[in-house]
Design a protein around this ligand. Structure first.
Ligand SMILES: Cc1cc2nc3c(=O)[nH]c(=O)nc-3n(C[C@H](O)[C@H](O)[C@H](O)COP(=O)(O)OP(=O)(O)OC[C@H]3O[C@@H](n4cnc5c(N)ncnc54)[C@H](O)[C@@H]3O)c2cc1C
Length: 498
């Protein structure tokens, strides 16, 4: 007998929303995604300027190593596959200080050797760190099913697969990045460790992120972030999913303990059997639904700002005449002090996208600099944005200052650089309704409890949440897995085999 096809509307066409849509289409549901922006992808995106392509997401995609559940998920969603080439990152990043240079290579033994040569006094710490990186390579992101749908055997299997991670956590979860750095004597090692991760991150986040690269599990799909998002769109539409871009959702329509559908900003209503909220959770629980529906775990995170901070960034993209072979991938160096937002810094990064020849016109290069911004800085930018002229003036001033510092470090670039675009934490809010301008979710600081927010809503049986905000520190794997979990919850409610 034919099953009555149930309809699911999904609010938000980011990675979480599209993953939910893809799995639901595969399971036989009729789905529609409503995305406010003119294209899907959300924060996984990029755009063109003056013939250059500005990639604004994937620095590494966890899950590129064959064999893991996350790798299968990316393949199911059209992100990875036989026809998708990977750029195998050579390094995590490099840094310099006072003429010394240090690289966290993909080849961890090369890094170990270089660190030991740089600072023999730090041998014990170096070896402990590099051994931990090796152990952390086994880390997998659990994406088979949500925790609340796991049975005791699933938990045992997960425990076994995470055995080495337990040791890494024991060593590095009770200290933050700054404390990890302070264990080393050499000033460049201390500086390099604090260069990459924003303040507050637990030291183990550094170990795990670096291990993703050394373990060959964090490469970059060729074509960059926008092409990755477009492959997901293609996969979704091929399965029969309907994507409506440039269509903002105003509200989830609730009657009693259920949602009846959604109200669009243009006044139209769309009926549905299920609703998946795949927008930023702060927006979901202030604009789309009443705040009283917010899961307790999530409201605690939003209130405890010291324990669960978020960060954003100020970015500048530069077009360069000719090649810029002095820098490969990401490099961090000392610069004249500069204040961006409320933060003064004496370090800046430059990321050369030369690994993607199509990102720049022939004979030219594109590089980007990004500066971490905190919630305090976000307030600064949002306030400034109220006066558009002042906002644009500040962006122009700062980008010129940054250009000068780039040229001071690389005098050979003089007369060859032009500013292509500048964007701030306010940009993320404007385009994606991103809370506090954040593009990753909250940081679990040293004294904070690791919190997982349920993807279900108490009092609304047919509304699910999918978003990177359900688990710190967010990112593409969390967005995608929560999308899959939202689909699985609906399948379970409809008694469809997972
Ligand atoms: C500079 C940068 C670098 C990054 N680097 C990495 C990296 O290297 N690796 C990694 O794993 N992650 C990285 N990330 C993070 C990653 O991009 C995000 O974690 C992920 O894309 C979030 O997906 P999401 O679906 O949860 O949210 P979003 O991408 O925010 O998607 C939500 C969507 O909902 C839409 N929406 C919101 N409100 C409404 C409404 N009312 N009606 C309709 N639509 C609505 C938004 O427009 C958006 O498209 C990076 C992000 C940035 C910006």
């Amino acid at each position: 007998m034919e099953r009555n096809v149930k309809k699911v509307v999904i609010i938000g066409g980011g990675v979480s929303g599209m993953t939910a849509g893809i799995y639901l289409q595969k399971a036989g549901f009729q789905t529609e995604i409503y995305e406010k922006h003119t294209i899907a992808g959300g924060q996984c995106t990029g755009w063109k300027r003056e013939g250059f392509f500005i990639d604004n997401c994937v620095h590494w995609l966890t899950g590129t190593r064959e064999g893991s559940g996350l790798n299968r998920l990316w393949k199911d969603a059209g992100v990875l596959g036989e026809d998708v080439l990977l750029y195998k990152k050579e390094k995590f990043y490099s840094a310099e200080l006072n003429g010394d240079k240090l690289t966290f290579w993909r080849d961890k033994e090369r890094t170990r050797k270089e660190l030991l040569a740089l600072s023999p006094d730090d041998a014990e710490e170096i070896n402990q760190l590099m051994d931990a990186v090796k152990m952390a390579e086994s880390m997998t992101v659990p994406v088979e099913k949500p925790f609340d749908m796991m049975n005791p055997i699933d938990y045992v299997k997960m425990g076994i697969s995470m055995a080495d991670m337990g040791k890494v956590m024991k060593l590095y979860s009770k200290m933050d990045i700054r404390e990890l750095a302070s264990r080393f004597h050499h000033p460049l090692i201390r500086m390099a460790i604090t260069d990459y991760m924003p303040p507050g991150y637990q030291a183990y986040a550094f170990v795990v992120s670096y291990a993703t690269v050394t373990g060959g599990n964090g490469d970059i799909p060729r074509g960059g972030s926008l092409e990755m998002a477009m492959r997901m769109v293609k996969c979704y539409q091929k399965l029969g999913g309907m994507l409506y871009t440039g269509t903002e959702v105003e509200k989830v329509l609730v009657k009693g303990q259920k949602a009846e559908g959604i109200l669009l900003a243009d006044g139209k209503t769309v009926k549905a059997d299920y609703v998946v909220c795949a927008s930023d959770t702060s927006h979901t629980f202030t604009q789309l639904l009443d705040a009283s529906y917010m899961p307790q775990e999530l409201s605690k995170i939003y209130k405890e700002r010291e324990l669960y901070p978020v960060v954003s960034a100020f970015h500048v993209a530069f077009g360069i005449e000719g090649s810029f072979d002095e820098v490969k991938e990401t490099h961090v160096f000392a610069c004249r002090p500069i204040t961006i937002g409320m933060r003064r810094t004496e370090r800046m990064s430059v990321n050369n996208y030369s690994y993607e020849p199509d990102f720049a016109p022939k004979g030219k290069s594109i590089v980007q600099s990004m500066f971490v911004q905190t919630e305090e800085d976000y307030e600064y930018w949002m306030k400034l944005y109220q006066d558009k002229e002042a906002y644009h003036k500040k962006k122009a001033e700062l980008s010129e200052e940054i250009e000068q510092r780039l040229i001071e470090n690389y005098p050979q670039l003089k007369g060859r650089v032009r500013i292509l675009d500048v964007w701030t934490p306010a940009t993320y809010n404007r385009y994606c309704n991103a809370w506090n301008g954040a593009y990753m979710s909250f940081i679990v600081t040293r004294n904070a409890k690791s919190r997982t927010v349920p993807g279900k809503i108490k009092g609304l049986s047919n509304v699910m949440i999918a978003s990177q905000w359900l688990m710190g520190p967010g990112g593409l794997p969390v967005a995608a897995s929560t999308g899959k979990f939202a689909a699985q919850r609906i399948m379970k409610a409809e008694k469809i085999k997972l």
